[in-house]
Design a binder for this molecule. Structure first.
Ligand code: ASP
Length: 324
């Protein structure tokens, strides 16, 4: 399968990052290296014995302060497939409920010999603070409305797998751009790999500051639809909104909902992504979510390989390719 390689040849580059905090500060070749390494690991998930010894003896902790289904399970399973020991830490059962500070909690967990901390927190920048305060590697599994690097990596991995390239594609990010960490991380990854990005949604859900990221802004889905190679349909982040940003869910659905009827006006081979959880009947119809253009479950499968690659690289592994 053809893949784009941006920047210096990956074989001559050494991976030196101990953390994955955001995509904004990654070089294009580093993103390519993660995708290539993920391709190599994808094959492991297809074996009958789905395990390699790459992280044997290492300890990976999931430290999640926000709800998660896919991301937490995916990181746990990825770490197990690399033979690491894993611990899931939940806020409600922790001493934070007794008043311990976030940093104290993290330092105490680290003192048990943790090598990699996977953190999700409602406050933007939390993983960055932890990376400064702790000795172990830190991976951002979503920090408020800021970034969700591994989600965007699995999105671009899936696009590259289906389309064979990223460069030159037009990708529409649809919906709640303002509150979406997935949108921000996607923009960084897609721009660095040479895609044209259109953000499309109601004006109240598209922040003005987004113009700095060199994306096209659109308010009509019907207008941009025929130009898009990929649609990434974002969930409305009700939990991060203060309300009143659009008149009603029915109106939102009428203007921005991805329906079978709308998809007939898109390219024949348009690829549909959605980070999940999907709200059937709000951002897209059940028929579209389960239809021939949808890669929703493929994204979840690919997420495992991408997270194996990230865990492997931050713990000192070097980029691989599927051919190795
Ligand atoms: N699961 C993704 C996230 O944690 C997307 C979403 O929740 O809408 O950001």
């Amino acid at each position: 399968m053809a893949t784009e390689v941006s920047g210096p040849a990956k074989s001559t580059e050494l991976w030196t990052r101990r953390h994955l905090l955001d995509l904004e500060h990654l070089e294009p070749w580093e993103i390519e290296a993660i995708l290539d390494t993920a391709s190599a690991f994808r094959e492991v998930s297809e074996r009958s014995r789905k395990k390699v010894p790459a992280l044997q003896g290492k300890v990976v902790v999931n430290l999640f302060f926000e709800p998660s289904t896919r991301t937490r399970t995916s990181f746990s399973l990825a770490a197990k497939r690399l033979s690491a020991d894993t611990v899931d830490f939940t806020v409600s059962s922790s001493s934070m409920a007794k008043g311990e500070t976030f940093i104290d909690t993290a330092k105490n967990i680290e003192a048990m010999g943790v090598d990699i901390m996977v953190v999700r927190h409602q406050t933007p920048g939390t993983p960055h603070i932890l990376a400064r305060k702790l000795q172990c590697s830190v991976i951002n599994a979503g920090d408020g409305g800021h970034e969700h690097p591994t989600q965007a990596l699995l999105d671009v991995f899936t696009i590259r797998e289906v389309k064979g390239r990223i460069r030159g594609l037009t990708v529409g990010l649809i919906g709640d751009i303002a509150h979406s960490r997935v949108a921000r991380s996607n923009i960084w990854a897609l721009k660095k790999l040479g895609a044209h990005v259109i953000v499309c949604g109601p004006p109240t859900l598209i922040p003005r500051s987004i113009t700095k990221l060199d994306v096209e802004i659109a308010y009509s889905l019907d207008e941009i639809l025929p130009r898009c190679d990929v649609l990434n349909v974002l969930r409305i982040q009700f939990e991060r909104q203060r309300g009143g940003l659009f008149p009603s869910i029915q109106e939102y659905f009428a203007l921005y909902g991805v329906t079978e009827e709308r998809l007939r006006r898109a390219k024949d081979d348009v690829l549909l992504l959605a980070p999940g959880p999907i709200n059937r009947g709000i951002e897209l119809t059940p028929g579209v979510a389960d239809g021939e253009h949808s890669a929703v479950l493929r994204q979840v499968t690919n997420g495992l390989a991408v997270r194996m690659a990230v865990l492997y690289l931050v713990s000192g592994g070097q980029p691989r390719s599927a051919a190795e």
